[in-house]
Structure formats: C-alpha cells, structure tokens
Design a protein. Structure first.
Length: 227
C-alpha cells in the first residue's frame, strides 16, 4: 500500500513537468520546420550561385519591338505623316541606345560569370532548345559563331518581382534555364528604382551601368557571405 502511495505521489509530482515537456515539443516543432525550410532554401540558392558562376548569364535585352511594330504600321498606313516618321526614328534611336548601353555595361562591369546577349524577341527560341543563331555580338548583330554550349545558364532581364511575395518592384531579375524566377535568399532581383520613373530610353542608358554594378555587387556579397 505504501509503495502504491509513493508511486502515485511521484506521478502527480512529475506529471506537470511531463505535460509541459510535451507541450514545449509541440511549440518547437514549427520552429524546427521553419529552420529546415530555410536551410533548404539556402542550399538551393547556393547551388544556383555555383551553377551561375561556372555557367553563363544570358542578358535578354529590350527591343521595344511591339511599340516599333505599331509605329511602322502607322507610317505604312499614313506615309505622308511626318509625325509618325519622327516618332519611329526617335523610338528606334532610343531603343538602340539602351541596347548598346546594356552590352557596354555588362562588358565593363559584370565579371561573375560568362555572359552572352540576346534580344527579347528570340527568348521563345532559347526556351525551345535553340542554342545557336539567336545571340548577338557587340554590334547587336546575330552572330552564328556564338553558341551556348553549357547546360547551366541563367537569364537576366527587366521586369517586376512577384506581387505575391514582394511589393512588385521593377527590377533586373535573374531566372533559371526554364525561365523560372529564382527565389531568396539568392539575390535574384536588383532594384531599378533609378529607372522606375523614367520613360526616356536615353536616360535609362545612362543609368544601366549603375544597375549592372549593383547586380554584380549583390552576387559577390552573397558568395562571400555564404562561404
């Protein structure tokens, strides 16, 4: 009888501690899951970083093709219109200035990986598996000698970050070989706040060098931080 009473006493004494331990375990479980998710995200980001450094970054530059097509149609429909012709010349000049500035910026400031250039009008061919005849040289001419010979390549382009996870800011983005936007903690987005209020392509051309330098800096910082 005495033994039974001692057992009950011990049970009631330590029961609150046992219950607390179980409760505490349940509380920590989501934290552990979160940490595991973060660990996996970091590993994926580092894998992408290594793949990019050893691979190729394809710069998909803007051509303003839709706008140019519309203006060319206007000129064709109204060939005597000096206004439409002037708009077409101006838009063509601005678009080319931005394209040339983009190539110059990456040539001068980007060293994280190999880089090649492609107009946005040929992005569908790239995603369809074409690896030659879609890239341009420094003069914006399609160069058949430029060929993508690696499996690990990434695409950078101007766009907006997802509104589901960010504020939807305008940025210079980095996507994988299937055009899937990369995710944090990989530095996949470099703000284009200096360009957000700018509609003049010539002004964008002046700023693109700073944007590319920022992209390069963020990649370097992430690489050093994760060593």
């Amino acid at each position: 009888m005495a033994t039974k009473n001692i057992t009950l006493l011990l049970l009631f004494t330590f029961l609150p501690f046992l219950l607390f331990a179980q409760t505490d375990k349940k509380i920590l479980s989501p934290i552990k899951r979160y940490k595991e998710q973060q660990r996996i995200k970091k590993k994926i980001a580092l894998n992408h970083l290594t793949a990019l450094q050893n691979g190729v970054l394809i710069v998909r530059y803007e051509t303003s093709r839709n706008k140019l097509n519309a203006l060319e149609l206007m000129v064709k429909q109204k060939p005597k219109s000096k206004r439409f012709k002037r708009l077409l010349r101006k838009t063509t000049k601005k678009a080319k200035a931005l394209q040339e500035a983009t190539i110059t910026a990456y040539t001068e400031y980007y060293t994280f990986s190999k880089v090649i250039f492609m107009p946005d009008t040929l992005s569908n061919k790239l995603l369809a598996g074409v690896r030659k005849g879609i890239f341009v040289n420094q003069y914006l001419e399609i160069d058949e000698s430029i060929e993508l010979t690696v499996d690990d390549f990434y695409i950078t382009y101007s766009g907006f970050t997802p509104v589901s996870t960010t504020s939807g800011m305008e940025a210079l983005l980095i996507a994988d070989s299937e055009n899937n936007l990369l995710k944090a903690p990989f530095p996949y987005a470099t703000k284009l706040n200096t360009l957000s209020g700018t509609v003049n392509a010539a002004d964008k051309a002046i700023e693109i060098g700073k944007i590319v330098q920022n992209q390069q800096r963020k990649l370097d910082e992430f690489r050093i931080k994760r060593k």
